[in-house]
Design a protein around this ligand. Structure first.
Ligand code: TTP
Ligand code: MN
Ligand code: MN
Ligand code: MN
Length: 364
């Protein structure tokens, strides 16, 4: 028995109770499990998908490289199927099941289609059933596309080229400059994977707020119009704020609508940063802009920093262990029947009775 065994046994059951760094020692194992999670998601098996995601997440939090299944001990959240996959990869270097999935026509096609901005599992699956297999098929068979999907297809290559941190920071500055024009004192915060320390990402997530509540109203449409007039926006689609406190908290585990902030899903035209490979002089980059009133800002920041699995676990912990409802707007205590305000992410963790987990340790 190796040194990992006692450590494995100390592993807390919820990902939000653990520290999960970006880099960890079990990459081949987590990649295999995440491929199976993705494939299960592609066939609509959310439960199975979550089970593989949970197992991968536990391995990411291990303090060292796993060399034998026995070292895991009775770890929470790693089911029988996942154990089998782990064992195969440990013993043979690969899992036959995972390799088969990766080569399957269905997995490859679903991956190709869901990488189009605006295409989810349901649409991709329908196209697959209709016999479509390539991006050219979509065009040749005159598949009906939304405006968002058309933009996604037009910029497919750029949008599937990782966004570098420097590019994300440039976009942050562009937005900050526009914001200052219309509302001095407002702030722009880089959230998402970059806040967790990732060196690159699939998009740029920016949170806008102003220290005086209410001042942020109307800001987003002005900012987006101005950027658009400067030729910096290739696509945008905005949603109004649909959050109302008087509606009370939403039941946890309901729909996957994550929040109701005023927001803009967009594609920016970013001038080349003097790097290689930007022969055209510019690059299309996905940008999410979200506006939060200052009172909800810590909740929005926590919600938009991710990872998705970390967020899901925070909400599950809040509901199951504390009888509280957490979302990107508020924290509600159902036993005391009141909202618990917070001025920082730290205070939200305190309300939940959780040790604070800094953004770079939320890579669950
Ligand atoms: P993403 O941008 O999808 O993911 P990411 O930034 O972690 O990774 P990547 O580098 O690939 O971009 O989502 C960021 C966070 O935003 C995620 O924790 C979930 C949250 N989110 C919401 O709260 N509401 C939403 O409507 C969406 C789309 C995301
Ligand atoms: Mn992101
Ligand atoms: Mn990456
Ligand atoms: Mn995003």
């Amino acid at each position: 028995v190796s040194a990992l065994a006692p450590l494995g046994q100390q592993m807390a059951p919820y990902a939000c109770q653990r520290r999960t760094p970006l880099l960890h020692s079990n990459q081949p194992l987590t990649e295999a499990l995440e491929t199976l999670a993705e494939d299960a998601g592609f066939s609509g098996s959310e439960g199975r998908s979550l089970a593989f995601t949970r197992a991968a997440s536990v391995l990411k939090a291990l303090p060292g490289r796993l060399s034998a299944l026995e070292e895991l001990g009775p770890l929470p959240g790693i089911g029988e199927h996942s154990r089998r996959v782990i064992q195969d990869v440990l013993e043979d270097g690969v899992s036959v099941e995972v390799e088969r999935v990766k080569l399957s026509e269905r997995y490859r096609t679903m991956k190709l289609f869901t990488k189009i901005f605006g295409v989810g599992v349901r649409t991709a699956s329908r196209w697959y059933q209709e016999g479509l297999r390539t991006l050219v098929d979509l065009q040749e068979r005159n598949t009906k596309l939304t405006r968002q999907q058309q933009a996604g297809l037009r910029h497919y290559e750029d949008l599937n080229t990782p966004v570098e941190r420097g590019e994300a920071e440039s976009i942050g500055r562009m937005v900050q400059e526009a914001v200052q024009r219309f509302l001095p004192g407002a702030s722009v915060t880089l959230a998402g994977g970059f806040r967790r320390g990732k060196p690159h990402g699939h998009d740029v997530d920016l949170l806008l707020t102003h220290p005086e509540a209410g001042r942020e109203a109307g800001l987003l449409s002005r900012v987006v119009s101005w950027l658009d007039s400067q030729g910096l926006i290739l696509y945008q689609h905005s949603q109004e704020n649909s959050f109302a406190l008087h509606e009370g908290p939403e039941p946890p585990g309901g729909r996957d609508v994550l929040d109701r902030f005023e927001r803009c899903f967009s594609i920016f035209r970013l001038e080349a940063q003097g790097r290689l490979g930007a022969a055209r002089g510019w690059k299309a980059v996905r940008v999410d802009l979200v506006v939060a009133p200052v009172g909800q800002f810590p909740f929005a920041l926590l919600g938009w920093t991710g990872s998705r699995h970390f967020e899901r676990e925070l909400r599950r912990f809040a509901g199951h262990e504390r009888k509280m409802v957490l979302n990107s707007h508020t924290l509600y205590d159902t036993r005391l029947n009141l909202f618990l305000p917070a001025a920082s992410e730290e205070e939200i963790f305190q309300h939940l009775g959780l040790e604070y987990v800094p953004p770079t340790q939320r890579n669950a």
